[in-house]
Design a protein. Sequence first.
Length: 231
Amino acid sequence: MTTRVLVVEDEPKLAEVLRVYLEAGGYEVVCLDNGNEVADTVGRWSPDLILLDLMLPGKDGLDVCRELRVSSAVPIIMVTARVEEIDRLLGLEFGADDYICKPYSPREVVARVKAVLRRSQPESSALVQATDDSLQIDQEAYTAHLDGVGLDLTPVEFRLLALLASAPGRIFSRDRVLARLYDDHRVVTDRTVDSHVKNLRRKLEALRPGQDLIKSVYGVGYRLELGDPDS
Ligand code: CA
């Protein structure tokens, strides 16, 4: 079965270039030039991934992303014209899986699409990862439960938690975390990683008040300490 990519881009030339490169990469492509038709198209066509421009006529990329995330976990790559926007977008936690800055090379876009699709495939060896009774991570359903309560995580937070939970107590270096979160090794600032860690920590702490499950090891990295649900 072919893999379907929905391209939402209002600049016709850019949309056409993406179509040509993605089709050459073996993907089936549909292009939309506005945000209003995205939800409908996702419902009818079930794309495997969406390349979503931030600035669009009608609903902008942020609105579209929020709207989709209510009912769909389809991987979304956000495309923005400004690199400074990315930090701001990350802070908003609206659930995009990756970001690309304009101007981009279409080759890079295809590589990124491939990477996100690969990442979104469940790792069959570890579909359900139960580190102990308290934390359960289901890589296929993309869900995580702490003390039996579902965690509402962004895709990046989910991968971060799954990585740390693969070996509780072990220190994962920032580099290792970066490589897992963004497997194309592009430059992401430490501040970006810190902000994801901070957000994940906050969500865990909501279920375990007063406990800090993710320890920062200064100058080295992070580790998960599950501790005792009742302490
Ligand atoms: Ca645009």
